[in-house]
Design a protein around this ligand. Structure first.
Ligand SMILES: [Zn+2]
Length: 202
């Protein structure tokens, strides 16, 4: 994440995994891994309640965002805070009860904010374990494309096209499906199994 801290011009090379990281500064995390002390401008970010499977809002279709209002920015900040607190790699707005087409993703390369994301290319396939903050303590095998291209707007209303492979491709597909009311349990292969959380406190 260090190499994303400096301002540099946009790079849209063929590798393209983090083309837009010049504007996606990873928030500083405290040694405990949380971001409770992270303040953005005068806004104190808040952890939102994550809806769990069975909540009907998770099955509804989210609406497009026409304009990034202060309220949408607050939603994005809170979604990032919530994702880091829960140690997820992605979170979609309906998971915090807001039916807007906004997702946040961080697979360890820094945060990505995607507004109105649309997967425009899918190639290959990968099968692996997948979990969801709305289905805590569980995981299951899901087959996804191995390589996708997603188009989206960021929090500054700038448009991007991003290529993602492997975990990033999986996260993009998973989060975009939340916006259409779909959950990975709909396509899981062979049922769910329990996940024992890693104990990072020593
Ligand atoms: Zn999910």
């Amino acid at each position: 994440m260090q190499n994303c801290q400096k301002q540099h011009p946009p790079e849209r090379g063929p590798e393209g995994k983090m083309q837009n990281c010049q504007k996606q500064h990873p928030p500083e995390r405290d040694p405990e891994g949380g971001m409770r002390n992270y303040h953005k401008e005068e806004n104190i970010m808040a952890i939102r309640n994550v809806r769990v499977e069975g909540d009907p809002i998770l099955r509804k279709k989210s609406r497009e965002v026409r304009e990034v209002t202060p309220k949408i920015r607050e939603l994005i900040d809170d979604m990032l805070e919530t994702m880091y607190e829960k140690e997820g790699v992605g979170l979609a707005a309906p998971q915090v009860g807001i039916l807007k087409r906004v997702v946040v993703i961080d697979i360890g390369d820094g945060p990505l904010v995607m507004i109105n994301p649309r997967v425009v290319r899918e190639e290959g396939s990968q099968t692996g374990d997948e979990g969801c903050l709305s289905i805590p303590g569980k995981a299951g095998q899901v087959t996804r494309p191995n390589d996708v291209t997603v188009r989206y707007m960021d929090e500054n209303e700038e448009y991007y096209e991003l290529d993602g492979t492997e975990l990033l491709a999986r996260a993009i597909c998973h989060e975009c499906e939340h916006l259409d009311g779909k959950l990975y349990v709909d396509i899981v292969e062979g049922g769910l199994h329990d996940v024992v959380p890693e104990d990072e406190e020593e």
